[in-house]
Design a protein around this ligand. Structure first.
Ligand code: HEC
Ligand code: HEC
Ligand code: HEC
Ligand code: HEC
Ligand code: HEC
Ligand code: HEC
Ligand code: HEC
Length: 380
């Protein structure tokens, strides 16, 4: 009898707890994620990114596998950070050895044991998909209590079977001006905000953390905030949303160029005989091309790239785009190779840093007809 009572009471208690949790979840989590699509309290002009997925599954699936969906993580969730646990790196310029430690709850941290003992410096965020490289970012207070960013001095570079450790671009010969700079380069103001903004969709740096973080280059970074659009679709009033159907070539190039023209990894590369900014910053290069200036606004990034997909490595895909214009009877055609291999001579791959290659988007006749640094284009 007593056992039965106990059992009933426990079940009742469990049911109450469950109901309370369900209520709490709806109020606190359900609303935020907008999964019902009916949330009336429009706090932010953005909706959660997964809301877009519900109606646009094709774009969403493509986007998931592109670098854009993978540009900003906490180190807690990073396999590469885990890999660094208990590894060390000897600074080639300073008498330091960096020692890394990974913790399941707090993520990655680093210390410089010989000089500074066991005092460890947190590395909470990691930028980049790691297709080429990964760089760590910390947010710490300065002497006045304002938040500053520290771009870690050591980055991970992809090699054939994992990672190499080396100095972060732009940090060679950088002399530490204050204590935290033993761990990396200090960034504040616009430099810090844009570092986060180019790699995320939403997020406010506030007291050494990022509030309302919506990481990666998501739908609403390129398309703008989507709440009005979702509401309009739901209410069957299709207005209130500006998509890209009306965007001119120049506007599109500038939109992509918000991020693809950055000068954030520039320091050493300037010594290169090619102006490396042009090589690395596709939007800056492309608009110099005659193909862009003489084609009445018909050339844009999406002429050659699906903005939702990872970049195609199929050389024939690009040659076909060139020939869409250059095969026309009244168009200039190539006296050297009218049908093949356009990319290796007119948009060659150029090594910008430690073997990381970018294709020069300033399409032109080059005096340095390149020894193709890449063999990708030669198998057409
Ligand atoms: C908010 C900033 C931002 C905007 C806007 C942006 N990009 Fe990117 N893009 C990035 C970042 C950051 C990466 C690096 C991703 C990584 O870590 O691999 C990237 C990578 C890429 C890549 C290589 C990644 C891959 O998977 O192939 C292509 C191609 C690309 N962007 C094209 C575009 C085009 C085209 C546009 C405009 C339609 C655009 N991007 C707009 C930030 C941006
Ligand atoms: C103006 C926008 C912009 C700013 C500011 C910016 N990035 Fe990027 N970042 C990009 C774009 C675009 C790419 C992809 C193309 C490239 O590598 O240049 C990229 C690529 C990267 C990559 C390589 C990813 C990969 O594997 O290909 C790393 C690492 C990175 N950024 C880290 C940082 C860090 C750390 C900061 C701040 C100190 C920063 N970026 C600031 C736009 C930006
Ligand atoms: C890097 C910038 C970028 C990102 C990120 C991005 N888009 Fe787009 N999207 C574009 C551009 C540019 C166009 C127009 C050019 C085109 O149709 O190829 C476009 C077109 C579209 C279209 C219209 C397609 C059509 O055929 O008319 C839809 C729908 C769309 N995007 C949804 C999404 C969704 C959903 C996401 C997130 C999963 C997303 N986009 C992420 C840049 C982006
Ligand atoms: C409830 C379903 C629904 C949701 C959620 C939704 N969309 Fe749409 N979206 C539509 C429909 C329907 C259209 C076609 C409307 C039209 O062509 O007039 C559309 C059209 C678009 C277009 C093309 C607009 C153009 O100018 O051609 C883009 C881009 C787009 N959506 C992006 C997004 C993004 C980004 C999100 C997330 C913030 C999102 N959508 C969420 C249903 C939805
Ligand atoms: C005429 C065709 C064409 C146009 C237009 C074009 N690209 Fe590319 N893009 C290419 C080719 C070719 C590659 C190299 C593909 C490969 O690796 O095989 C490439 C590669 C890239 C990459 C990967 C890194 C690199 O440079 O290899 C990014 C990022 C990129 N393009 C961004 C852009 C952006 C942003 C625009 C608009 C400003 C743009 N592209 C316009 C042809 C084009
Ligand atoms: C949207 C149409 C269009 C596309 C796509 C296009 N071009 Fe062009 N291109 C032009 C026009 C227009 C000119 C100027 C022709 C003239 O001078 O009569 C031009 C000029 C050129 C020139 C001469 C440049 C100079 O400075 O003298 C080269 C080389 C060239 N294109 C190569 C290419 C290659 C390679 C591709 C593909 C990666 C390509 N084009 C894609 C339209 C295009
Ligand atoms: C082996 C290197 C090579 C390849 C491959 C190549 N080109 Fe060229 N292209 C050149 C050179 C060199 C010139 C300058 C020729 C001259 O001025 O006599 C040139 C000139 C041009 C011009 C300018 C013609 C004019 O009348 O001003 C265009 C347009 C062009 N190429 C387009 C293309 C396209 C499109 C492809 C691919 C179908 C291509 N090229 C493949 C090396 C190449």
């Amino acid at each position: 009898m007593r056992n039965r009572l106990w059992a009933t009471a426990s079940i009742l208690a469990a049911v109450c707890l469950l109901a309370a949790f369900a209520w709490w979840y709806r109020v606190n989590v359900g609303n935020k994620s907008d999964s019902s699509l009916t949330s009336t309290v429009a706090k932010s002009p953005h909706v959660a990114e997964h809301v877009c997925t519900e109606c646009h599954s094709e774009e969403a699936t493509d986007h998931q596998s592109s670098g854009h969906a993978d540009t900003f993580h906490t180190t807690v969730e990073s396999e590469a950070a885990r890999w660094l646990n208990n590894r060390t790196f000897d600074d080639p310029e300073r008498p330091y050895s960096y020692a890394y430690h990974f913790d399941e709850e707090t993520g990655l941290s680093v210390s410089i044991p010989k000089q500074f003992g066991t005092e460890s410096f947190p590395l909470p965020y990691v930028l980049g998909s790691g297709h080429n490289a990964l760089t760590f970012l910390s947010l710490v207070p300065d002497r006045l209590g304002d938040t500053i960013g520290v771009e870690h001095r050591v980055s991970l570079y992809r090699n054939d079977d994992g990672w190499d450790l080396d100095l972060t671009p732009g940090q060679r010969t950088h002399l530490p001006q204050q204590e935290v700079e033993h761990f990396g380069k200090v960034m504040r103001g616009d430099k810090l905000t844009s570092c986060v903004a180019c790699h995320t969709t939403e997020g406010e740096i506030f007291r050494q953390r990022i509030e309302d973080l919506n990481p990666h280059v998501g739908c609403q970074n390129c398309h703008g905030p989507g709440r009005e659009h979702v509401t309009a679709v739901e209410n069957d009033t299709q207005d209130g949303y500006i998509g890209f159907t009306e965007q001119s070539a120049r506007e599109e190039v500038d939109m992509c160029g918000r991020c693809h023209r950055s000068a954030h990894m520039d320091a050493n590369e300037k010594e290169s005989p090619n102006d490396i900014r042009i090589v690395r910053f596709q939007s800056v290069g492309l608009v110099q091309s005659r193909c862009f200036t003489a084609s009445d606004g018909r050339l844009r990034c999406t002429t050659c790239h699906d903005p939702h997909k990872t970049v195609s490595r199929d050389a024939i895909h690009y040659v076909d785009r060139c020939l869409d214009c250059h095969r026309k009877p009244d168009a200039a055609s190539c006296p050297v190779s009218p049908r093949t291999n356009c990319i290796q001579c007119h948009m060659p791959a150029i090594d910008v840093h430690r073997g990381i290659e970018f294709h020069d988007h300033w399409i032109r006749v080059r005096s340095d007809v390149p020894e193709a640094t890449s063999t990708k284009d030669s198998d057409e």
